[in-house]
Design a binder for this molecule. Structure first.
Ligand SMILES: NC(=O)c1ccc[n+]([C@@H]2O[C@H](COP(=O)([O-])OP(=O)(O)OC[C@H]3O[C@@H](n4cnc5c(N)ncnc54)[C@H](OP(=O)(O)O)[C@@H]3O)[C@@H](O)[C@H]2O)c1
Length: 318
């Protein structure tokens, strides 16, 4: 019998898949990993593949979750909470908010009319965690995958976040710094802004969770070759998928962030979700396996609290 259930959003691909794979091959646990993702076919295929590497005792399940639909998030959480309460699955040990999108040049909306980057990366995860709080009982963890693109001091070449209140961000309106952005820069800036929202959410959540339930943010570093660039222009998509993964040695010289394989970053993410030595660590930002400071503006408590209150309102049933 597994000792705990670990939900990984976007566990069918990239870093989330690698984290699931690390957990299912681990010698601790054993874990029941729920791969939660939007496309039934891709999720099933990933779970079939994961089942092949799963060590005896662990278990892996596919569950449908579309973070771009509040109804889907509610239905997922109700289903999972019911299974936990009935003892059908082991107690909830961790929710890993890993799924993410990076817009290309086109602005898209979720089913509820929110700009997709903010809607999926922040609001969908915000609602998911809040809906699961009743079954997130100690000892348990929330890990939110952010990115060092949230921090302009890292000088990564991605436009800095342009913070605005959550209602404006949900409409796709960034702060004044984005006023003259061309469509590609605007998409990139929406991404870095959503990753700043991930950090605010983590810190605000950590202040609200009961003792023994922790919340930490995670930066995987640069992980070329995942599906994150799927909305980018064809040349960038091709380079990211097929060229950059083979040029890690070169990337390491030219970028100011750590460059990792999905297996390395997924391993660090799995560690954050399960390492016994982190049982009491909460409200921290991890660069891989190192707790570091996040950006200066990410420590603005008033902003984080305002984001929390606005997100409650935005995700409440109409
Ligand atoms: N790769 C990097 O260099 C890097 C750097 C810093 C941070 N990150 C962060 O790492 C996380 C994982 O990204 P990745 O690089 O592994 O990219 P990825 O391979 O594209 O993985 C993203 C996952 O999110 C899922 N997803 C997207 N929209 C969803 C929705 N509406 N509902 C449910 N699931 C959805 C995708 O599912 P589908 O397969 O169905 O699209 C996919 O499984 C993201 O939060 C990203 O911001 C990545």
């Amino acid at each position: 019998m597994s000792t705990g259930t670990i939900v990984i959003t976007g566990g069918n691909s990239g870093i989330g898949y690698a984290a699931a794979s690390a957990l299912l091959r681990a010698t601790d646990g054993p874990w029941h990993v729920v791969v939660a993702s939007r496309d039934a076919g891709r999720t099933r295929a990933a779970v079939d593949e994961l089942a092949r590497v799963t060590r005896t005792g662990h278990a892996v399940t596919a569950m449908a979750l579309d973070l771009a639909s509040l109804a889907s998030v509610r239905s997922f959480a109700t289903d999972l909470a019911g299974r936990v309460r009935s003892g059908d699955v082991p107690p909830l040990h961790a929710v890993v908010c890993n799924a993410g999108v990076q817009a290309g040049t086109t602005r898209t909306e979720t089913a509820d009319g929110f700009e997709s980057t903010f809607g999926v990366n922040h609001l969908g995860h915000f609602l998911l965690v809040r809906e699961l709080l009743p079954v997130l009982v100690a000892p348990a963890r929330v890990v939110v995958v952010s990115s060092d693109t949230h921090d302009p001091a890292r000088k990564l070449g991605v436009p800095a976040p342009a913070w605005h209140d959550a209602r404006a961000l949900a409409r796709g309106e960034l702060g004044p710094a984005a006023a003259s952005d061309k469509p590609f820069a605007a998409g990139q800036r929406r991404y870095s802004t959503s990753k700043l929202a991930n950090v605010y959410f983590t810190y605000a959540l950590a202040r609200r969770l009961p003792a023994g339930v922790t919340a930490n943010a995670f930066n995987p570093g640069l992980v070329p070759g995942t599906g994150l660039q799927r909305e980018a222009a064809a040349p960038l998509r091709f380079a990211s998928k097929h060229v950059l993964p083979h040029l890690k040695w070169l990337l390491r010289r030219v970028v100011t962030t750590d460059v990792h394989t999905a297996a390395e970053s997924g391993g660090a993410l799995a560690w954050l979700a399960t390492a016994p030595e982190l049982a009491d660590t909460t409200g921290r930002y991890f660069d891989g396996r190192r707790a570091v400071r996040s950006s200066d503006e990410s420590y603005d408590v008033a902003r984080a609290d305002a984001l929390w209150e606005d997100s409650v309102a935005l995700t409440s049933p109409a």
